[in-house]
Design a protein around this ligand. Structure first.
Ligand code: NDP
Length: 489
């Protein structure tokens, strides 16, 4: 059996050795998951809720173990790993609790033409959902699919990133301690080929989180079998700061928004558009705070190393390109990327067409550009191929500005908060993907609607038969006239 190592990006230590699951084995796992799906989907919402609550409770008890594994595998601080796990648990609980309310059968009006029929919409799970996860939030992000898919009555086969298999395998071990039977939640470790095999297997749906480039390959592979997909891709999230904003707070939170998790967040701040009247105060304040940040692996470090070493080259190329085109360092310099870490980099006056403004950097870097008014900020924020999240800072105009942004999620006078509110959908538009996880939309995403209509009683007028009479034809025209004809203005 072929294997691969998961390495601690800070120390190089081997965290674990894991099998590279072959396409044949992936198909076998999916076949078992499909059989288990028949039983799991037939359980009542209540019974699934009990199982999922048990899982949430066990993960809560084991939260320190989860955080330690994530810390070692990604290099992020233990406290960040703990927060991530806590939020993942919150999502399990929400999905379990609200599944019956969101997914219960609904009666619909049948209309005057079909008044003798009853109409109902049922939500049906897809069978097995294949979840392909990223390494940046290796428990929180995939859980946005796993918990909602399970609560909706699907089984799940989860392929963690090759950079974070240990936390995926641990998650499955915890599941097995509370699972009523086998095959409901299975983890397959491996590399990109294992991911490819999952997209080509007999799953009912794929939920993918990662880069736009890979998302397009996943969607193309799924198209071969007409397998539906949810794609959660990257972003180039803007922060818009109006002149009436609480500038100190905006600076403090935006620094965290951009640099926490070493900037490896799909909803991380990458571009700031600040009103010229407050640009100096904002810049001074954020730079002062950024100077105190300490990247590292030891206790008390603010963020860790780059989890995926190849990303360092991308980050450096974005910084170099920005500076070559006239961008100025407010903090950092050409040596900020070294030894696996990226020191905080804040740039200003970076041309809008440079890589640092158009491509996902995924590092602890931030560009601050000044705008004359908020309309300009909105235009620049929207002038990107991405459309994931955004933040707006304003005391009076937050909602107005937010409503003009072409993206899936906006936080006003805060950052990231929508990801922690389990009841709201998470996802983007344009190159940031399609479909939604979290909230009622996330539960609906992992089911399809099945329409059931039933004859309540027979009426003399029959439309759906070759025996239809001229009287029936006239009646239908009369009813349509009654319902829809009116004088056109
Ligand atoms: P990828 O998009 O390449 O990988 C994401 C997941 O997809 C991993 O589990 C990966 O497996 C798997 N995968 C890779 N290729 C395929 C394929 N053809 N079919 C099915 N699954 C596949 O991201 P990377 O980890 O390489 O990161 C690259 C960039 O993506 C980052 O620099 C960042 O910009 C962005 N990114 C965005 C994330 C987000 O949250 N939106 C998360 C992670 C990355 P394996 O790891 O085993 O190769």
């Amino acid at each position: 059996m072929k294997t691969f190592e998961s390495l601690n990006p800070a120390t190089g230590e081997v965290v674990g050795v894991f099998p590279i699951t072959s396409a044949k084995e992936v198909n076998e796992v999916v076949a078992r998951a499909n059989s288990a799906a028949e039983q799991w989907s037939r359980l009542s919402f209540r019974k699934r809720l009990v199982v999922l609550k048990d899982w949430a409770s066990l993960l809560t008890k084991e939260i320190n173990t989860a955080a330690e594994i994530i810390h070692r595998e990604t290099g992020k601080p233990v406290s960040d790993a703990t927060l991530e796990t806590a939020l993942a648990i919150e999502h399990i609980s929400w999905a379990a609790k609200f599944s019956s309310k969101v997914l219960g059968s609904q009666s619909r009006p049948s209309g005057l033409l079909m008044f003798n029929m009853s109409a109902q919409v049922q939500r049906v799970p897809y069978g097995t959902v294949g979840v392909i996860g990223p390494w940046n939030y290796p428990i929180f992000t995939p859980m946005g699919s796993i918990a909602y898919a399970l609560a909706a009555g699907n089984t799940v086969v989860f392929k963690p990133s090759e950079f974070t298999p240990a936390i995926g395998v641990w998650l499955e071990q915890c599941w097995q301690r509370i699972a009523p039977f086998s095959g409901i939640f299975t983890v397959v470790t491996g590399d990109a080929e294992t991911g490819v095999a999952l997209t080509k297997s007999n799953v009912g749906k794929i939920s993918f989180t990662g880069s736009t480039r890979t998302a397009k390959k996943v969607a193309a592979a799924c198209a071969e079998n007409m397998t539906p997909v949810v794609l959660e891709c990257g972003g180039k999230d803007p922060v818009l700061i109006d002149r009436d904003a609480d500038i100190k707070k905006a600076a403090e939170v935006t620094l965290w928004h951009a640099m926490s998790n070493a900037g490896q967040s799909c909803i991380g701040a990458e571009r700031v558009y600040v009103h010229k009247d407050v640009a100096d105060v904002f810049t001074k304040s954020i730079v002062e705070m950024a100077q105190k940040l300490k990247p590292g692996y030891e206790d008390g470090a603010n963020y860790g190393p780059a989890t995926m070493p190849s990303q360092l080259k991308v980050i450096k190329s974005h910084i170099d390109d920005a500076v070559k085109r006239g961008g100025e360092y407010l903090i950092g310099d050409k040596n900020s990327v070294k030894d696996g870490y990226v020191q905080p980099v804040i740039l200003r006056n970076v041309p809008e067409d440079s890589k640092a403004m158009t491509e996902e950097t995924f590092g602890p870097t931030l560009v601050i550009n000044t705008v004359r008014h908020m309309d300009e900020a909105v235009d620049l924020a929207n002038a990107t191929s991405y459309g994931l999240g955004a933040a707006v800072w304003s005391k009076r105009n937050g909602k107005k500005i937010a409503s003009l942004l072409n993206c899936g999620m906006v936080s006003i006078n805060s950052a990231f908060s929508f990801a922690a509110i389990a009841s709201v959908p998470f996802g983007g538009v344009k190159d940031s993907g399609y479909g939604r996880i979290h909230g009622a939309e996330g539960l609906l995403e992992f089911t399809y609607p099945r329409t059931i209509v039933k004859t309540k009683f027979n009426i003399p007028l029959q439309f759906t038969t070759f025996q239809r009479t001229g009287f029936a034809d006239k009646t239908i025209v009369r009813i349509v006239n009654l319902l829809h004809r009116r004088r056109i203005r």
